[in-house]
Design a protein around this ligand. Sequence first.
Ligand code: RB5
Length: 178
Amino acid sequence: MKIAIGCDHAGFQLKEIIKAKLINEKFDVEDFGTFDEGSVDYPDYAFYVGKAITTNQCQRGILVCGTGIGIGIAANKIPGIRAALCHNVFSAQASREHNDANILTMGARIIDEKLALEIVEIWLKTEFAGGRHQSRIEKIRAIEDMMAVERAEELAEIYAEKGKTAKEKKIKTLTKSE
Ligand code: RB5
């Protein structure tokens, strides 16, 4: 299993600690940054890690920001991503068993290093329980598909008003920090 990791400036130190643990335990790790404590925007790193999962370059992801909230909200915008914010071992286990979470998010300003590493440990080794939970996951996917169709129609109208096709209009997704 290859693990994608990422963070913003607030999560940098904890991401480094998690990375060291994973490497020490012989996991295959891909680090998508950020690589220092300079101010960055968490959606960028959520996007890199999320895309690594949906393209199957990596099978699971771990994202850290100050609270774990923003980076998780951003990751969950990517169809196919089920990012779970976990600040205790029970949530980490349930997010795998019930929700088949493919990304774990944590807040470096909320939990200490010891608890974060325990959460990572249990989250990585817990399997999805399937069964009744499978159809619920499928419903999440159905919501994504429904909303994608609605959004595509909305965008098509917007572009048509501007006399542009979706392909001609470049949507800026990643920003540089000010
Ligand atoms: C950065 O200051 C902070 O807003 C970010 O790390 C995160 O907590 C956002 O949800």
